[in-house]
Design a protein around this ligand. Sequence first.
Ligand code: ADP
Ligand code: MG
Length: 232
Amino acid sequence: MMLKVNNLSKVFMQGQDSINALSQVSFALESGQSLALVGPSGSGKTTILSLIAGLDQPTTGTVEINNTQLTDLSEKQLAIFRAKNMGIVFQQFHLMTHLTALENVSLPLEIQGLVSDIQQKASEMLDAVGLQDRKNHLPHQLSGGERQRVAIARACVAKPKILLADEPSGSLDTQTGLKIMDLLFATAKDQGSSLVLVTHDLQLALRCDQQIHLSGGKIVSNTTNMHPIIRS
Ligand code: ADP
Ligand code: MG
């Protein structure tokens, strides 16, 4: 298994109140497979993704990626593990505003300590997402769709074992959003990366091999496609 989520719970404290964002969530994802997390706003989708990414700690439960338990890693080890094994795409792109497209895409390679060929690899990845003419642009000089292409290039440049995407087309118009999703599915497939996709869109969810529906921080159904729709 590429990803094992065991009994994950997350309680947020807000003043006197405790919010049960996730309750006893368990699921697994095989290598190279894709999984959609679907559910209404506030159902815990982003919380799951941040816990899988190790950006936040669970109240109880564990996340295992490629046989490594995230809680066994120090902050520094986790940063390196993330750069080597994970690619993350957010709805709001989260690019470094003062860095060019090429520099943004170079970052994960620098974090994992690569010394040679960084520029070359980042440059090839930008070619692959169709941004050969935008390498030296800053994020504010790019359209929303182009920014998300940079974010996908950054997420994929280190050929991660697992890609995490939180509503990646959520802030784009329908046409651009569809192109971005095609690109994400195609890149994941090319690289053999597993994909965890958070989405509101049921059609999009059906393009994944597995769909988990969440409500109030709990899993209400976990379905695997008998006949997965051919992607890309
Ligand atoms: P979704 O991504 O499905 O819209 P979230 O995972 O963002 O849902 O949120 C799940 C629940 O946890 C919501 O009730 C939300 O208000 C709450 N929540 C999320 N993050 C925090 C936080 N940092 N502090 C307090 N409550 C939070
Ligand atoms: Mg969310």
